[in-house]
Write a protein that binds this ligand. Structure first.
Ligand SMILES: [Zn+2]
Length: 425
């Protein structure tokens, strides 16, 4: 459920020109440089094929002081992300995830009609509707007007705003100081991280709690998920790094869960640092020591990630080169943002992949940004009978293999690029 909260403007992007989004230290150490890449969701219409296409640096740094992994600032036109909107309710599995979260949190923290729940980047109200049916007062904060309208039409109280200290002060004055603040897949998209977290502190009632979900950097590194890096993801969090940001604003993390969503996410639980009603759960300590033993407390560990990524690129290219030399017909499945990072970084165009297919009618008839691979509907695979089907959304590979299992009728094979190239007959 990736979405944009605000566009980032201005700022230089030379070496050492930018400051850490968390602690302000000058950014000098590269985590991974994926080169120049188009915005991952800027699919190309046929009439745009002969136009100039903007590319931006996809250069990720690690702060040597607080070890926050982050995309360095880059300049964009003012409205670059403005028409991007993602309606969460389109995904069944995500709806189920939201409902089971609400069941759990209401029960565990005894929320009732006297509680106040605020969700940041509430989208179309897919999550908050579960509080509303229980009679628990809930407010969404959503910057995209059209998405907020969709929520309001479902009866979900929604304020159109970007979240930060100012919005938090306004909401508190309007009676929305919160017992529970929720933010799912928003933290990574926040350009002004300190203003955002300060806003959380301002809005949180005494005795209240915050839960936030975000993709876990440990998984990104261990599972080699470098293709989940794209311009709209400004920060890539470990528990250790996020704990430092919350501590700076007078909050502590008292619990954490590991979730399977988005290739492996964390759900953190935060409260005011003087809140003695919540004890620090044992799994918090376990997760931290797990990160430390994996090397996430050491700068050198981050600096070695680039070698692993380059090796993955070489393996994918050598697979494709061999396949083409053998005269094989290769196509791909899906047109996810992560595929655009992978293909642009590896320089894979129609010289290797004839076309891709995607179930979304909004993407069919378009071309992938940068590499200009055409997007068709999935049935095209049945007509052209490819030898290999490269699965770009590797996080749903089992689902794709089931849906497309008929390629085995003509000996077609599946290929999964991440964590490294693997062929499945
Ligand atoms: Zn820092």
């Amino acid at each position: 459920m990736r979405r944009i909260v605000v566009c980032e403007k201005g700022g230089g992007f030379g070496m050492g020109q930018s400051a850490c989004r968390s602690c302000g230290t000058s950014l000098e150490r590269t985590f991974i440089d994926l080169g120049m890449s188009p915005l991952a969701n800027s699919y190309i219409k046929p009439e745009q094929l002969n136009r100039m296409e903007p590319f931006y640096p996809l250069h990720v740094y690690v702060c040597e002081k607080c070890l926050l992994v982050q995309l360095v600032q880059f300049s964009t036109p003012d409205d670059i992300f403005s028409d991007y909107a993602y309606f969460s309710s389109f995904s069944d599995s995500w709806l189920a995830h939201a409902k089971s979260y609400v069941d759990m949190i209401v029960d565990r923290f005894s929320l009732d009609q006297h509680s106040r729940v605020v969700e940041i980047a509430s989208n179309d109200g897919y999550l908050l509707q579960n509080f509303v049916v229980r009679g628990i007062p809930a407010l969404g904060v959503e910057p995209a007007v059209n998405v907020a309208e969709a929520a309001k039409s479902k009866g979900i109280n929604t304020k159109v705003a970007f979240f930060g200290e100012k919005t938090a002060l306004d909401l508190a004055a309007e009676g929305w100081a919160a017992d529970l603040i929720i933010g799912n897949n928003v933290l990574a998209h926040v350009p002004d991280l300190n203003d955002f977290v300060k806003g959380l502190k301002v809005l949180l009632r005494s005795g209240g709690l915050i839960t936030m979900e975000f993709p876990h950097l440990l998984q990104l590194m261990q599972q080699n998920q470098f293709d989940t890096i794209y311009h709209e993801h400004f920060s890539y969090f470990s528990f250790l790094a996020v704990e430092r940001v919350f501590a700076r604003h007078g909050m502590k993390l008292f619990d954490v869960e590991e979730l399977p969503t988005h290739g492996g996410s964390l759900r953190i639980y935060a409260c005011h640092d003087d809140d003695i009603s919540k004890s620090i759960e044992a799994r918090t300590k376990e997760l931290k020591s797990g990160e430390e033993s994996a090397g996430l407390g050491q700068l050198n560990h981050y600096l070695s990630f680039g070698q692993q990524v380059k090796a993955t690129k070489r393996k994918l290219l050598s697979f494709l080169i061999t396949a083409k030399q053998e005269g094989k017909h290769v196509v791909s499945y899906g047109a996810p943002a992560k595929g655009n990072t992978l293909l642009n970084y590896c320089g894979v165009r129609t010289d290797f992949i004839d076309y891709t297919v995607d179930r979304s009618p909004h993407k069919q008839g378009h071309f992938l940004p940068g590499v200009h691979i055409p997007i068709y509907e999935p049935d095209r695979v049945r007509c052209t009978r490819p030898d290999y089907l490269l699965i770009l959304p590797w996080n749903i590979r089992d689902e794709v293999m089931q849906q497309m299992s008929y390629i085995r009728e003509w000996g077609g094979k599946f290929v999964v690029p991440i964590p490294e190239v693997q062929v499945y007959p």
